[in-house]
Design a protein. Structure first.
Length: 400
């Protein structure tokens, strides 16, 4: 005869086994996909690119590079790291191409793969994109497909984004050049659509509409669904993985300026103000620095408050651009040769790479302590100060 305690243990055992079984099933459902590097097949024509079953690349421009050129403004105010990186040469030349992958899933914030794998995209994305995927940062990307519905998209789709394209500066350097290249070759391709996750900022769709108004935009809900693309195209980066630009980008930027009408309001000397402080650095005397700029004849602007076409025209008419190192300052991609650019702080060599491509002059004014305030993943926010007297002297030198 079974005692009450024995019966209780029996049913508790059943309950525990059921809970373990449910947990195992949940783990299987929510199983993260593994990373896999794509093996690319080179092809020699657009027809072959669209017909090839394997992941393929059609190389459109031969490997080439932009040599460091132009002096470093206020070199005495930079430290050795900044001076060395400004004049560093590109490790190897890189080409520009168009890639195609068949029967592929696009999920989360522009992740590409299958039900079992997430692809490391190599020449289609900056190196840090694949590195962060391999480090599996859950706050950045969702590697699972659990509880999401699949939607099939027939025909030809184009992906221009990656999981970090919502940061404006990264879009300008890593995504926008792809859009310009796509515009240049659109007449050689069948009709296509641009695929974007719903989480994309509104300005990203505005960029597509400005450059490729004839291309429909397919929005998928990255929180509740993923899309199965029959064929997926993506241009390669127009740069080396370490952000050295290919010379073809300069030609594409020249064509872009021809698309955008010149603005009636022209400002030769502009100071870029931040409406929202950076999440990892804070210029504690920003108001003082901004006021000095006004006193020295600079027009203070907030580019994010302007339509994209006006931003392009504004920077295209500038001769001196000053502001905190960051996304807004990367708009000097649209500024002419010989533009003088003064960055408050230094994070990486990207602004120097832009200056080399555009034949501009760039300089860096570091914090009062003489050290760059750089991004460190997971680190707390850092406050820094720019010496106001040194700043005023720099402005007067730039416009003299």
């Amino acid at each position: 005869m079974c005692t009450p305690n024995a019966a209780r243990r029996f049913f508790l055992g059943i309950s525990s086994r059921a809970q373990l079984a449910r947990a195992h099933i949940v783990r299987l459902i929510r199983r993260q996909r593994k990373l896999r590097a794509l093996q690319w097949q080179d092809v020699t024509s657009y027809a072959d690119l669209l017909a090839e079953q394997r992941a393929s690349i059609l190389w459109l421009h031969e490997p080439s590079m932009v040599a460091p050129r132009g002096r470093l403004l206020f070199a005495e105010l930079a430290n050795e790291e900044v001076r060395k990186d400004h004049f560093r040469s590109q490790p190897e030349p890189t080409g520009v191409g168009l890639a195609c992958i068949r029967d592929v899933l696009v999920s989360s914030k522009s992740l590409v793969g299958t039900s079992r794998f997430i692809y490391q995209l190599g020449p289609l994305a900056p190196r840090y994109v694949d590195e962060f995927l391999s480090e599996n940062h859950p706050e950045i990307v969702d590697l699972t497909l659990s509880r999401k519905r699949k939607r099939f998209i027939p025909g030809l789709s184009v992906l221009l984004t990656h999981w970090n394209s919502g940061i404006y500066g990264h879009w300008l350097l890593e995504g926008m050049p792809k859009l310009l290249l796509l515009r240049a070759i659109a007449d050689r391709l069948p009709p296509f659509r641009i695929v974007l996750p719903r989480a994309s900022p509104a300005w990203l769709s505005n960029w597509v509409t400005l450059i490729l108004p004839q291309a429909p935009i397919e929005i998928y809900d990255d929180l509740s669904e993923y899309v199965h693309c029959e064929k997926l195209l993506s241009p390669t980066l127009l740069m080396h993985p370490q952000h050295f630009f290919h010379p073809e980008l300069e030609s594409l930027l020249d064509e872009l300026r021809g698309l955008v009408p010149a603005t009636e309001v022209r400002h030769e000397n502009i100071y870029i103000s931040r409406s929202v402080p950076s999440h990892f650095r804070n210029l504690i005397n920003a108001a003082e620095i901004e006021e000095i700029s006004r006193q020295e004849g600079f027009t203070v602007i907030r580019p994010e408050s302007m339509p994209i076409a006006d931003q392009i025209s504004l920077f295209a008419s500038a001769t001196v651009v000053v502001g905190e190192f960051g996304s807004a300052l990367h708009n000097t991609l649209f500024s002419p040769p010989d533009t003088k650019v003064l960055c408050l702080n230094w994070i990486n060599p990207l602004q120097s790479r832009i200056a080399h491509l555009k034949r501009q002059h760039v300089g860096y004014l570091l914090s009062s302590e003489g050290m760059p305030i750089k991004y460190v993943h997971g680190a707390s926010r850092i406050s820094y100060r720019i010496d106001p007297q040194v700043f005023r002297t720099c402005l007067r030198t730039l416009i003299s």
